[in-house]
Design a protein around this ligand. Structure first.
Ligand code: HEM
Length: 505
């Protein structure tokens, strides 16, 4: 078995990287869950699919063209695209006889079901309650196809292509495909709780260029195998051991433990987490309504403190772009100054030095837990070693005011099943998604255990024992679980060259 040997890596090769790492960012998305009948059929399927796969080059070129036409006044929709990518599970890679799988990271080999206790997928989020194809009745799937298009007819057309290919090669769709769609009208770009999503995304050094203030350019090796990461190590050449937890010796400095490198075919690939996260919108709104007035707030003000941004996406934190005298904690500052929610300004803030104690943005607010920025602990350097590329989309119908309360037990009726198809890319799941979920979101003593602890991330913390959220000095709220995991798994997004190699072509 060979290992990645790249002492000084050139920039990532966008022709060899699948495009959704850059972000398809389309209004319509469909996830297709596949099981190959056998190795020969799986390889034949991959060989025929490969020319149809969108490369990073395609997405970068589309984004540049889109920017050019819309900056000249053309409406979005003037240029459109429809894209296909594939990601594989360990079972899929095994069937395709990928080499060196013994050195793949433990969490990837385990899969998300096995890691459930680790990330807090217990009680209502317990894998015994997960939906097909993740209910394990049929065993693990082999592959997930990610389809995305600006136009729903185009999406149906590329789905028909995949289905024809699957039928030709004895490949089975093990569960109905899962659709995700941008919400309509004023809700476009907003997730089901009503907040603008997809704002703070890291740039990828050598691949994407951004002029947006506040957007960090992160080393490509944090997301793509075979390149230097933030610490200068080549990703895939010896995975990190699990980092020390708050309160343990060595925290927050990670102590990398050399382990064998990943197989050479993983270069230009990335690990992918998919979670089907159901959102109880009525329950969340009822909580804001009931709790806000007890603390001298209105529901929108409390919602902004729980997320860390106003529904418009405007930061709750002070920004240098704000007019003097503005109090972003009182009301959404973008009502007075809409430019605050433009790409150039919307992410231009930090929590320190002005808000180290969390009096503006509580230290357990969702965006502060999941990216503490310069807050110390953990400190900017450590925060930037935990960055992920979020590529998800909302699913399900919009919440209707006064709809039936969410059932106390069991799943909601299908017309109330709505949430987020959470997808993220990273070079190490244990260092990216798992660390954020387990060590930051779920832990009430991160970043601080003082004053009863900062509490859990009120949006995504799983494992709902002691659901506590520190709103301000001495003020703690009891939260509930409004986001439930209903399925998902860990995948690998191979490079184009690796797909050719796996297909035997
Ligand atoms: C239904 C579940 C979720 C909802 C409703 C949700 C909602 C949001 C919203 C509204 C934002 C602010 C907009 C932005 O900066 O892009 C955000 C940011 C973010 N979320 Fe989530 N999210 C969910 C799940 C997750 C999960 C599972 C993770 C990772 C474990 C995560 C990690 C992040 C990160 C890293 C940011 C950016 C923080 C920053 O850089 O400032 N989210 N999310």
């Amino acid at each position: 078995m060979t290992t990645v040997v790249a002492p000084a890596a050139p920039p990532p090769d966008p022709d060899n990287i699948q495009g959704n790492l850059i972000g398809f960012n389309k209004d319509h998305q469909r996830l297709v869950f596949l099981r190959f009948s056998d190795a020969a059929n799986g390889k034949a399927f991959l060989a025929e699919l490969e020319p149809q796969l969108a490369r990073a080059t395609d997405v970068l070129a589309f984004n540049a063209a889109f920017k050019a036409v819309t900056s000249h006044g053309a409406k979005p929709g003037t240029i459109e695209a429809a894209w296909t990518n594939i990601v594989l599970t360990l079972a899929g890679l095994q069937l395709l006889a990928a080499t060196g799988l013994d050195t793949m990271p433990a969490e990837f080999k385990d899969g998300m079901r096995v890691r459930a206790p680790q990330v807090g997928d217990v009680d209502d989020s317990d894998p015994i309650r997960w939906l097909p194809p993740f209910d394990s009745a049929q065993g693990p799937i082999h592959a997930m196809i990610i389809l995305a298009a600006d136009d729903s007819d185009d999406l149906n057309a590329i789905y028909a292509d995949v289905q024809a290919l699957a039928q030709k090669h004895g490949t089975v769709e093990t569960a109905p495909a899962q659709d995700g769609n941008t919400r309509l009208g004023a809700n476009a770009g907003h997730e089901h709780f009503g907040f603008k999503d997809g704002i703070s995304q890291p740039g990828i050094q050598g691949l994407t260029q951004s002029s947006k203030a506040g957007q960090d350019e992160i080393a490509a090796g944090e997301f793509i195998i075979g390149y230097p990461d933030q610490d200068g190590h080549i990703s895939g050449q010896g995975a990190d051991a699990p980092a020390p937890q708050p309160g343990q010796p060595g925290y927050p400095t990670p102590t990398p433990t050399p382990t064998p490198g990943l197989p050479s075919w993983t270069k230009d690939g990335s690990f992918v987490v998919y979670r089907r996260l159901r959102q109880n919108v009525g329950g969340f709104q009822d909580f804001l309504q009931a709790e806000a007035s007890k603390h001298g707030l209105n529901p929108d003000q409390l919602g902004a403190r729980v997320v860390g941004r106003w529904k418009s996406g405007a930061p709750l934190e002070h920004t240098s772009d704000e007019a003097a005298g503005v109090d972003p904690a009182a009301q959404d500052p973008s009502i007075a100054d809409p430019s605050l929610v433009t790409g150039a300004k919307i992410n231009n803030f930090d929590y320190v030095p002005g808000d180290a104690d969390g009096h503006l943005v509580p230290r357990a607010a969702h965006i502060r837990k999941t990216n503490p920025r310069s807050e110390d602990p953990p400190g900017k350097q450590e925060s930037n070693r935990r960055r992920i590329l979020r590529r998800g989309a909302p699913y399900g119908p919009d919440f209707v005011p006064n709809e039936q309360p969410y059932p106390q037990a069991g799943p909601p009726p299908p017309d109330q099943d709505r949430g987020l198809l959470f997808i993220c890319y990273q070079a190490s799941i244990v260092r990216g998604f798992e660390f954020i979920q387990e060590t930051w979101a779920n832990k009430p003593n991160f970043p601080s255990g003082d004053d009863g602890g900062d509490g859990r991330d009120p949006i995504i913390s799983q494992d709902d024992a002691h659901p506590d959220f520190r709103l301000s000095q001495g003020v703690h709220l009891t939260t509930q679980r409004w986001v439930t995991t209903t399925g998902g798994d860990y995948f690998f997004s191979p490079s184009i060259a690796a797909i050719r190699q796996l297909s035997g072509s």
